[in-house]
Design a binder for this molecule. Structure first.
Ligand code: HEC
Length: 149
């Protein structure tokens, strides 16, 4: 290893190998949860039922299910972290009185929006916790042809 070019190559390879190894051995936090999506039973049925009551009382006067499901929902939210939708409703909704629900009430409404979109319910409630919601990807169902317009 007397030529500078060879030495450089040697260093380059060492760095490359180290980087590959650390990527394999210690995946970043996001990669550990990368597989989790809204199709993985991330809310409970009871929570969504309570969310429905809240939605009927606080959201329905301006919204129909159509604005939160099918193609519009897909266009706005598909593949984004669930924390984006959480932030949106927490900061902006109800539009006439933003931020007026408790955080656990927002989690219930969010669970109901997931149910409206045909996401399956599980046994654990959706947490009112932005960090945990960030690890869940919105996986919006592909609309059926009859829903497409
Ligand atoms: C006073 C009317 C009003 C109320 C009440 C209201 N919204 Fe909205 N919402 C709107 C309007 C209008 C928009 C369109 C974006 C904008 O103008 O800010 C919107 C947009 C949204 C969106 C983004 C569009 C989408 O569906 O992807 C979500 C999600 C949403 N609202 C959820 C809620 C929830 C949940 C509640 C109840 C907690 C609620 N809204 C209550 C008027 C309202």
């Amino acid at each position: 290893m007397t030529f500078p070019a060879l030495r450089w190559l040697h260093t380059f390879l060492r760095v490359a190998v180290t980087l590959c190894l650390s990527a394999i051995l210690a995946p970043p936090a996001s990669a550990q949860t990368a597989g989790r999506s809204t199709k993985d039973r991330v809310y409970s049925a009871a929570q969504a039922a309570e969310g429905r009551d809240l939605y009927d009382g606080r959201c329905k006067n301006c919204h129909t299910a159509i604005s939160h499901t099918g193609p519009p929902f897909r266009a706005n939210w598909d593949k984004r972290p669930l924390s984006d939708l959480w932030d949106y409703i927490l900061e902006k909704m109800p539009k006439d009185a933003p931020g007026t629900l408790e955080e656990d009430e927002y989690a219930k409404v969010l669970a109901y929006i997931l149910r409206m979109n045909g996401m399956p319910a599980g046994t654990e409630a959706l947490p009112a916790d932005k960090k945990l919601l960030r690890a869940i990807r919105i996986d919006a169902p592909v609309p059926k042809p009859s829903q497409q317009q």
